[in-house]
Ligand binder design. Structure first.
Ligand SMILES: [Mn+2]
Length: 412
């Protein structure tokens, strides 16, 4: 059980209305003299298998998690220069789904942090009225909602707001880093709970269940992605998430599990020995991956990139090839078959401009791995890293990754 102070912290930690406001101001500055129209995620309440997941760009700019809303941003000098349209009350639906906010509610401006709230029934006519004469119109042209927005002014040219929002999302604010740190801390507790439980004869799904339980127990909404818990041959399958096999002594267990807490994701992978001890072969390969990860983290700094020809992945490959064993006459990095990492934020694979150099405030994963199906071995070590002014800070360092330390923890 998390302690009382942790529970209080969970309740208190959120992004302020003024920070959301600041994000909208920055977006206006990036796309001046423009109307920007964004649609919230659709109402999925009629489908019991689909949770309501807010469209992440909409959430980033508003913090609003209810469906079917519309955000209209207008040039700074307009009055008002931002309007949130909310669906009107529907008494029958609210009997099923609970009360939702609507225009005209007492205090709805304070609740949303947006000073003009109108009914979503009139969003199209209002966009036509307020935006038609502006020199530029932007929406998320790559999303499923683009068609509905473009139809409002079908003869206008709609440009993509996505790249400008992505640029904002890539640099995390101090508050966002706190929020990510909390998701990381909860994920670490989930991993440690898994280590406590893992033993020969257990099923992979039992480990996944323990971890999901730890995540939900701490007040987080969900796993940030499908839990990957793979033992033996399954450890060599990159996105294995069936989690149906039982694990045997002497196998490696690859655990790639992260929490989503207050909408921020964590993404952490560890590989541990079932039964508590790495054998010599496993340890030799493990040390090569761990050394590669440390070399890659040491190469992270502003100006470098996560791309396939960047210095970060090259540092990992070089380490594997210089320190790891050859396999079937091939250098070890041939078995490192994916990218070195990705941005993390509201989404586990967060918005990022391809090839963009790293900047301070970026939060990324560094996750080298090797996968050798013919030996039933997959090893991945993934940590979350904050890019700082001169280098990198590992945000998930509280979860041990040195082989001897992992064995010590498993023996407890
Ligand atoms: Mn990852």
């Amino acid at each position: 059980m998390p302690s009382l102070p942790v529970l209080l912290l969970l309740a208190a930690l959120s992004v302020s209305h003024s920070e959301y406001q600041q994000r909208r101001t920055r977006l206006r500055q990036a796309l001046p003299n423009s109307a920007i129209v964004l649609l919230a995620g659709p109402d999925t309440s009629s489908d019991p298998r689909s949770p309501m997941l807010q469209e992440p760009n909409f959430y980033y700019l508003t913090g609003w998690s209810e469906p079917s809303a519309v955000l209209l941003l207008l040039p700074e000098s307009a009055e008002p220069n931002e309007i949130l349209f909310l669906p009107p009350h529907n008494e029958r639906n609210e009997r099923y789904e609970g009360r939702r906010a609507a225009a005209g509610d007492n205090g709805v401006e304070a609740l949303t942090g947006i000073s003009r709230i109108l009914s979503a029934d009139i969003w199209e006519s209002e966009v036509r009225r307020l935006a038609a004469d502006l020199p530029k119109l932007h929406t998320l042209t790559q999303t499923s909602s683009a068609g509905a927005v473009k139809r409002v002014l079908p003869n206008a040219e709609w440009a993509d707001a996505g790249p400008a929002i992505t640029r904002l999302r890539m640099t995390k604010s101090p508050r966002e880093i706190d929020m990510l740190q909390r998701s990381i801390d909860v994920s670490i507790e989930a991993h440690l709970a898994a280590w406590k439980r893992a033993r020969p004869g257990l099923y992979e799904y039992q480990i996944a269940a323990t971890m999901t339980g730890a995540i939900l127990e701490r007040g987080c909404e969900r796993n940030a992605y499908r839990p990957v818990v793979g033992a033996g041959p399954d450890s060599a399958i990159l996105h294995y998430s069936a989690n149906r096999r039982h694990m045997d002594r002497g196998e490696l267990l690859l655990i790639d599990v992260g929490a989503e807490c207050a909408c921020y994701a964590a993404d952490i992978t560890r590989t541990i020995p079932v039964g508590g001890r790495f054998n010599a072969r496993q340890r030799e390969l493990y040390e090569a991956v761990l050394g590669a990860q440390k070399a890659a983290i040491a190469a992270v700094k502003p100006g470098e990139s996560l791309g396939p020809r960047g210095a970060v992945i090259q540092a990992a490959r070089d380490y594997m090839d210089q320190h790891g064993p050859q396999i079937n006459g091939q250098s070890l990095s041939k078995y490192f078959i994916h990218g070195i990492g990705h941005h993390v934020g509201l989404e586990v694979h967060d918005a990022a401009a391809p090839g963009e150099p790293l900047e301070p405030g970026n939060v990324i994963t560094i996750e080298p791995g090797v996968y050798i199906p013919e030996e039933n071995i997959g090893i991945r070590i993934e940590d979350m890293v904050l890019v700082t002014a001169h280098g990198a800070k590992v945000l998930s360092s509280a979860l041990p990754r040195d082989a001897a330390e992992i064995e010590r923890r498993l023996a407890k």
